[in-house]
Each structure stands twice: as structure tokens, then as C-alpha cells.
Design a binder for this molecule. Sequence first.
Ligand SMILES: C[S@@+](CC[C@H](N)C(=O)[O-])C[C@H]1O[C@@H](n2cnc3c(N)ncnc32)[C@H](O)[C@@H]1O
Length: 409
Amino acid sequence: MPSLAHFITTHILDQPNGCITFADYMEWALYHPVMGYYATRALDMGKKGDFVTASHLSEDFGQLLALQFVQMWNVLGKPQKFTLLEMGAGQGKVAYDILKFLGQHHDDLYSILDYAIIERSAQFVNLQQQVLRDFSVRWCSWDDFPPDSIVGCCFSNELVDAFPVHRLTIQNGELAELYVTVNRDGWSKLDQPHPVPSSLIHQFKDQIGPLSTPELGSYFSFVGINLPSLMYEDGYVTEVNLAALDWLEKIAVRMNYGYLLTIDYGHLSPQYYHPARCQGTLQCYYHHGHHPDPYRWVGQQDITCHVDFTALQRQGERWGLKTQGFTQQALFLMSLGLGDRLVALTTPNGDGNQSDLSDLNMILQRRDALQALINPMGLGNFKVLIQSKGVADDSLTWFSTDPVTPVRG
Ligand SMILES: C[S@@+](CC[C@H](N)C(=O)[O-])C[C@H]1O[C@@H](n2cnc3c(N)ncnc32)[C@H](O)[C@@H]1O
């Protein structure tokens, strides 16, 4: 079978203008059904793979999310059907920890729970079905949810950063798009442009062109950013995630009442599109290292971009979702009791009452994991956005506006 790079090259050469948008390139590199990153290497994510997510560190992450869902269910008046729709469930670890915890500690919610997953990668669906074989879970597509059908909470962790993005630049003071074209520089040495050997590392390069869709032009006024303007220099590079807007619309339309909880790394628009962030936020992950070159190791490395949380909030408002709150993961998890868990680890007669060395090792490992979840230089600086539809009561623990209610952690 030809390599993914060869497949993309052929596709580019078939285009009348000899280039494709970066979003199309990222789409193939990550989601080609056989050779894309999410069909191959991503399956190993975790300590063996290219990156870890919060769920790999400790089951506490899923358990604390479960506590948030219990609270949401209560605020909604304990509806007798409550859907938890997880989007982009990876190896199924978050789902496993949530379901196990609810089964053990919150049987009232567990017994009526409708746990659904929307997962794009067929290989991940297989893995999730093995990991979650002891639980009642259904794998769905968007078509399984008619308009106004969802009562509950739709949620994702590190999903939106994996959507294909458009890359934009400024040229002569005007907004332009960065397309992907084939790098012909190496071809003269090869004597034949076709087929292109997969050994060429930099088989692709950027090419500047006009915007591929007017939505890219209107995006910046939508999020309140004056771009282009004199504050931005020629050569400024950034990204726009139009797929995130489509995704949010899909959810909002299907939600009857309930919540949307999004966890990811990212910023509000003023930070995201700060003139000083002149090379954008695109990062690639390979063997726990990261770099900004999306044309290396095609299909073998993860490609991600930070999330513009202002865009999610504005798009939510456009489709009837109210922002309940926006904060850092560290504060979110602390308010759900992560601090209590840390304290209990070092308290005699708490979980911290170790009897032998192996217990002590486990306690130290768990303490490190809990600290990693709130590390302000790492996962703790991830952002959490909760939006709601048709919910009158704003009283989720972590977003209390009542100054006398302390953060539990
Ligand atoms: C970085 S992983 C995160 C996995 C998991 N949420 C976690 O915390 O470990 C991204 C996941 O989203 C899935 N995915 C990407 N785009 C998707 C889409 N449009 N719809 C559903 N799943 C998607 C990927 O296949 C993968 O399972």
C-alpha cells in the first residue's frame, strides 16, 4: 500500500491549483481511515505513546467528573432519563472511571443512566468496546439524536484541539490562507516527479493564497478581534477552527435541556490572537516530544491546535447555550474535591494510612498524579467551559457566585 504522504501528494497533484487547505491536510493526516494518526499510532496514547491525557494519570479525573455529573443531574431535578454523551472517548478510560464510580457510589443515577459515545475512529471504537464490555454503553452517530432530544450532559476532554484547522497569515496587510502544496525542491535530484518516494521527509510545504471560504474572513469580528489591523505584522500566522463551530451547532440543536462540558487547552480570543503569538498555536506530538512542523512523520504524529474558547461561547450563544462558567482545570477539580483527596492521602486513618512499602509507593504515585492534574504549568492550566440550555439554576459547585460558599478543595 502507498504511504499516507504519497496518498496526500497524489490528491494535491489532482487539484487544479496544486494545493489543498491545511484543514484538508490535517483531516487526512489524522483521520485517514487506515493510515491516519487516529487509525494507527494514537491507539497507543498513554505512557507508551506520544502523549498522555488526564485520564491516563489517575482514575481520580473520571471520578471527579462523575461527581460533577451527579450534581448536574440533581440541578436538573433528577430526570428519569439522563444522557451522558461523551464525544471522542479515546481508549475509553474516562468512561470506565466514570461508570465504575457511579455504579459503586451513585446507584440512583447509574440505574437510569444512558451513556452514549460518539467516536470518529473505528479502531478506537473497537478498543472502547473491549474496555467497556461490562457496562451499558451505546456507540452512536449524530443521526441517532433528533433535534431537542438530549437531556443530560454532552462532554469531551481533548477533542476540540484535534479538529482540523485552517491556517491563516497576513500578507501585505491582508488576511490570506496558508495552503499545503507539494515540495518539488527535492524532485530534480530524483529525476521523476511521480511517484514520489515516501522517504522524502519534507514532501509538503506552505503556499499562500486567498481565503478558501468567507467564513474565515468573518470569524475575527465574530470573536471580537480586529485582525487584520496595524497591530499585526506581515507574516503573522494563526489558525481558525471552523469545525469547532459546526460541532457546537450540532450539539446545541440536539440538546433539549442540560449541559455541555468542554475540557481542553486553549485561551479566550484576546490571548489566542494576541499579536505577540505570531506563529500560532499548532503543535505536533511524537514520542512525548513536541515541535511545530506538521509536515514531518505524516500520519505518525499527532497534530493539534489550542482551542479558542471565546468562539465556543459565542457560537453557543448563537445557538441558545448560556455560558455557566469558564475556569482552569485545576480550580475545577479542586472545587469537586481534589484537594480533599490530597489531604486524605497524608492523613492517618485516611487513605494515607499505609501499612507497608507497596502501599506507600501507591500513595506517592497517586499523590504525584493528583498534583499533575492541577499543575499550573501543565494539565492544571487546561480550560473548562460549561454551557447550558434550558437550565434555570446556576448552582453548580465550581461556579458558585455566592461569596460565602467556599471552594471545597
Ligand atoms: C486526544 S484523544 C482524547 C481521548 C479522550 N477523551 C481522553 O481524554 O483520553 C481525541 C479523541 O477524539 C476522537 N475524535 C476526533 N475527532 C472526532 C470527532 N469529530 N468526533 C468524534 N470523535 C472524534 C479521536 O478519535 C480520539 O478518540
